[in-house]
Ligand binder design. Structure first.
Ligand SMILES: Nc1ncnc2c1ncn2[C@@H]1O[C@H](COP(=O)(O)OP(=O)(O)OP(=O)(O)O)[C@@H](O)[C@H]1O
Ligand SMILES: [Mg+2]
Length: 255
């Protein structure tokens, strides 16, 4: 049994228009996606802009409703919100968002941002909570002076690391990382990626790693799926994909 199994997942958006606001068309953002992620591995999801990567991620974590298909976590069907609540899914599966500035509440101090998942899922005393937040900041290489600052007072790389600290706060089993380093300089990219690898080793985390950057994916991922227009067109190990790409779209991406 894999950690998580995605079967024939579809997310279709209705397009409404005209006088009666009728459904005139549908966007098939995700159109029958199937893959598994094993415990402890980093699974890469690659594809050009608009291919449906973020929508897949959001449907898995429950931010978008699946039109059809199933998500099975540790053998339990978590496609529906009530089933996700019954087990620790919302705590076990966390997300790092594509855009760190808009995913961190600008009016909250870093202390409250990182403590938020702890407050939702663990009942710690004020002192214990502060201790945990300080530990998390330390893990991502930020000092105690960060506690009382606001997101805009950090650099892009630092903010991305704050997003990582928040994602690992509840000791998740799986982190969905949606373009976690795309907005960063190359040198800072390496820092954040190496850091993600380190906490993976330390805590045994699995990643669904989403990117359009094949270099970064090669550095991070054991298994890779190539996505195009809502569908997976090719899957394989890192060596399969980079040394023997089969699908014409994959060859084009690599070129
Ligand atoms: N709420 C929505 N309503 C209608 N269409 C949507 C909605 N969200 C996304 N889409 C469409 O679904 C498709 C897939 O979008 P998605 O954000 O998943 O792509 P992506 O692969 O993450 O792209 P990028 O690399 O640019 O982040 C796009 O064509 C997009 O326009
Ligand atoms: Mg996206």
């Amino acid at each position: 049994m894999s950690l998580i199994e995605i079967r024939n997942l579809k997310v279709h958006y209705p397009i409404r228009g005209g006088f009666w606001n009728r459904v005139v068309d549908t966007v098939k953002a995700v159109d029958g996606v199937t893959f598994d992620i094993e415990a402890g591995e980093t699974y890469g999801l690659v594809g050009e802009s608009g291919s449906g990567k973020s929508t897949t991620a959001k449907a898995i974590i429950g931010l978008e409703k699946a039109t059809s298909g199933t998500v099975t976590y540790e053998g339990k069907n978590v496609t529906k919100a009530e089933n996700r609540r019954k087990i620790d899914y919302n705590r076990d599966v966390q997300m790092i968002f594509q855009d760190s500035l808009s995913s961190l509440n600008p009016r909250k101090r870093i202390e409250d941002i990182i403590a938020e998942p702890l407050r939702n899922f663990e009942h710690l005393s004020k002192d214990d909570e502060k201790l945990r937040v300080l530990q998390l900041l330390d893990i991502v290489g930020l000092g105690p002076d960060s506690l009382y600052k606001y997101p805009h007072q950090f650099s892009g790389g630092q903010r991305q690391r704050i997003g990582v600290a928040r994602a690992v706060a509840t000791h998740p089993r799986l982190i969905i990382a949606d373009e976690p380093v795309s907005a960063l300089d190359l040198s800072v990219q390496a820092q954040v990626l190496n850091f993600m690898k380190r906490i993976q080793r330390e805590f045994g985390i699995s990643y669904l790693f989403i990117s359009h950057d094949l270099g970064v994916v090669r550095h991070m991922c054991n298994n890779i799926a190539i996505m195009n227009r809502g569908r997976i067109v090719e899957t394989g190990t890192r060596d399969d994909i980079y040394d023997h790409p089969m699908h014409i779209y994959t060859k084009r991406l690599l070129a």
